[in-house]
Design a protein around this ligand. Structure first.
Ligand code: EPZ
Length: 416
């Protein structure tokens, strides 16, 4: 029962909540840290389960890690001591373990990384990652669930990504950062977490230009030297708390955000009738008189983020009228539907499209989290539902939300 959340719905959430560091920036920067000689110190890294697993993988491959008193994480690396393979037991728990591919190839010229387990939101292929590695000179093969890669003559190259994959862009940036010559990534992912990775690597002596646009140029550097770096705030955690105000009829100030990262979420939330104000201290969200139906298409950044799709579905279920949600990024990201229907939602799924008929109120029920963001969406539904909701497999939610219960309780939620 330890990873079951009990939530008694109906309390309007009020107060302020501070957003933690971005999971998807922290994880890739932790992988990149093995490319630099010396001690990397990361500030604003969230203490979430995925970060803890990443720490175990870093220790296992030969880095030394330590949480400091000021809550920063130190990662001591002697690149010559870093193993070039990640173990299955640990890497199967974390999709982001595949980010060691680019870091190891760039740093050591070889890598054995386990194929990431497909998770509930899709098959999660690696074809674009491998296309990039091969373009920069790597020979790769997949055997027994592992990717074997080694590069004897690395040289900069031009890579076109058929889809602006976040992970593939990150792996190619890391490998190219220490591959002699100029590399160019075209149709690159533009997510803020890509920009954070490039800023971190450049702070260590890499030469990366254009991160955040769809053409990124990387001039290989001989050596990278570790230093101190602060992770950007988590735009998806921020968006989740913004919806918690709108869905419970409350008023919440979400602090420690970068507003530009939230514009797609702010725009959509305002269309549902919520009042959203950018203030110096953060984003103030007040619920409107009622939740209006809106249509949503998830797209790569700066489109509406797929990681906020389930949360919006929970909100729209509480509204009135028909909303159409099209999931364009992952092929199978509607697991939340069956669980929300157990709470009284009225949702029909046809392929990549879900039609949500708002039912006004959800009712508490026993539900289970299938993945991180679906879990977060169930929390939002439970906060607004009539009665008590029991969310099983809540461990998924703790993977990506630091101090979730404490933050919700501080806003007046009844959570155990
Ligand atoms: C990152 O996953 C994030 N994870 C995901 O967040 C996020 O949903 C996703 O980017 C999209 O924004 C981390 O950063 C650790 P992709 P990633 O490669 O890199 C297809 C969360 O909840 N694809 O951009 O795996 C793929 O199948 C997680 O925090 C290929 O076809 O996402 C998918 O349909 C969930 N071939 C689409 O691209 C490839 O080689 C987007 O995947 C790679 C990807």
């Amino acid at each position: 029962m330890k990873d079951t959340l009990l939530i008694k719905g109906g309390n309007p959430l009020r107060g302020k909540v501070r957003v933690s560091g971005a999971k998807n920036a922290g994880l890739v920067i932790m992988a990149a840290s093995i490319m630099a000689e010396g001690e990397t110190i990361l500030d604003n890294l969230p203490r979430i389960r995925d970060v803890e697993v990443m720490i175990q993988i870093l220790n296992e491959i030969g880095a030394e890690t330590k949480w400091n008193d000021d809550q920063s994480l130190s990662i001591m690396v002697d690149p010559s001591q870093i193993k070039t393979s990640t173990c299955y037991e640990l890497s199967k728990q974390l999709r982001a373990s595949n980010l060691f591919l680019g870091a190891m190839l760039g740093g050591r010229g070889e890598a054995i990384v386990s194929m990431p387990g497909g998770c509930d939101i899709g098959s999660r292929p690696m074809d674009l990652h491998l296309k990039g590695m091969q373009a920069l000179g790597a020979k790769t093969k997949i055997e027994h669930g592992y990717i074997y890669a080694r590069v004897d003559k690395p040289s900069g190259a031009r890579v076109y990504l058929d889809f602006p994959s976040v992970g593939a862009t990150e792996n190619i940036i890391m490998m190219a950062a220490k591959t002699p010559g100029l590399s160019t990534i075209e149709n690159a992912a533009k997510e803020p977490e890509i920009v954070d990775l490039a800023n971190y690597l450049n702070s260590m002596g890499a030469r990366i230009r254009g991160a955040g646009t769809d053409v990124i140029k990387i001039e290989g550097a001989q050596k990278l030297t570790a230093g101190r770096y602060a992770i950007i705030p988590d735009r998806i955690e921020a968006g989740t708390y913004m919806i918690s105000a709108a869905i419970t009829g409350g008023e919440v100030l979400v602090e420690n955000v970068i507003p530009t990262h939230l514009h797609p979420i702010i725009a959509k939330l305002q269309e549902t009738g919520a009042i959203v104000e950018e203030q110096d201290a953060g984003i103030l969200v007040k619920s409107g008189p009622y939740i209006q139906p809106v249509d949503i298409k998830t797209l790569p950044y700066p489109g509406f983020p797929t990681d906020m799709q389930s949360q919006m579905m929970a909100l729209l279920s509480m509204g009135r009228g028909s909303s159409i949600i099209v999931e364009n990024v992952f092929e199978n990201r509607f697991q939340i539907v069956d669980e929300l229907k157990r709470m009284g939602a009225n949702i029909k799924v046809e392929g990549h499209t879900a039609v949500v008929e708002g039912v006004g109120r959800l009712c508490g029920a026993r539900v289970k989290a299938t993945d991180l963001r679906a879990g977060a969406a169930l929390v939002l539904g439970a906060l607004a539902a009539i009665g008590e909701t029991e969310i099983e497999n809540a461990i998924h939610i703790f993977r990506g939300y630091e101090n979730l219960c404490e933050k919700l309780i501080s806003l007046g939620a009844d959570v155990r």
